[in-house]
Write a protein of this length. Structure first.
Length: 297
């Protein structure tokens, strides 16, 4: 049995997109021991992945934090991995390669340039079956109590108005008005705040989904998929995740190339403008109508 290490740090949206590649690696090495080196938050996300045997946490401390780096490298050396597949392809992981070699390594460090997953897989002779088709249906947590707390008993429209605090330009500004318009149409409308949206909870005009007083975990968000009518969200990790959980919806992008790279058009209607404030509530309602007509058909 070989020991395989996959490296993929983040961010959330990148991890969501990488699940297909990770699944292909796991399937190719189904009789081997497969570990995933990632940040602790995303380790929790993958801990129940059907192909991952072990999570190795990497908090990505600054490089001048030499003691942390030495301890991590010693831990990885002791594991005696037969093969490392670097899906992160960053300057940090190139450093890891230089500190860990000799080791069989597939990625930017050995190929000499910023490579695609397809190029890595070709060099490693790994068949590509799911690389462009992530599957997240396996990610489940109980949500009945959450829906009961919110008094939701019918399929609902889930709004995801958040985005990374580092990218406020990805936040479409009219979710509150959209919620009111959808409620006036007779829809059950709920929203799920992230850690950066807690200040909006009291003012936002839709049912707020919380786990007690806590914001929902990523696995809880994924588990809402079966209870939703459709999703409306920004270009964020939670929106991408739910798009791979059998949902239909509308996603709001600032850049068309990001939408193309994410391949989300196969699953969601895509609203796109360089200035998100130019996308009106009427525009989003029209996209929602298209989704609902498609579902009916």
């Amino acid at each position: 049995m070989k020991k395989i290490l996959i490296i993929k740090h983040g961010a959330l949206g990148d991890l969501v997109q990488a699940e297909g590649a990770i699944r292909d690696i796991c399937n190719h090495h189904q009789h081997d021991h497969v570990s995933l080196l990632t940040e602790p938050l995303y380790g929790q996300l993958f801990v129940n992945h059907p192909g991952i045997d072990q999570i190795v946490a990497d908090t990505r401390q600054p490089r001048w934090h030499l003691l942390y780096l030495v301890r991590l490298m010693m831990k990885l050396r002791r594991a005696q991995y037969d093969c490392v597949i670097d899906l992160q392809n960053s300057s940090r992981t190139v450093l890891y390669y230089n500190l860990l070699r000799p080791v069989q390594w597939f990625g930017r460090a050995t190929l000499g340039y910023l490579v695609s997953f397809q190029e890595i897989f070709a060099s490693a002779n790994i068949p590509m079956h799911h690389i462009d088709r992530p599957q997240w249906g396996w990610l489940q947590s109980p949500v009945k109590a959450i829906l009961a707390q919110a008094k939701i008993t019918t399929p609902f429209i889930l709004l995801l108005p958040g985005a990374s605090a580092n990218h406020p330009e990805k936040r479409w500004p009219y979710y509150a008005e959209l919620a009111r318009r959808l409620q006036n149409r007779g829809h059950c409308v709920a929203w799920a705040p992230g850690p950066d949206e807690r200040s909006m909870i009291d003012a936002f005009p839709a049912t707020c989904l919380l786990d007690g007083e806590r914001v929902l975990s990523i696995s809880q968000l994924a588990s809402l998929a079966a209870h939703t009518q459709l999703i409306v969200g920004n270009d964020s990790g939670p929106t991408h995740l739910l798009s791979y959980c059998g949902t239909r919806g509308v996603v709001i992008f600032q850049r068309s190339d990001y939408a193309e790279n994410a391949r989300i058009k196969d699953r969601y209607q895509v609203a796109c403008a360089s200035g998100l404030s130019t996308i009106s509530v009427e525009d989003i309602l029209a996209y929602i109508d298209t989704v609902q007509e498609t579902v009916v058909l």
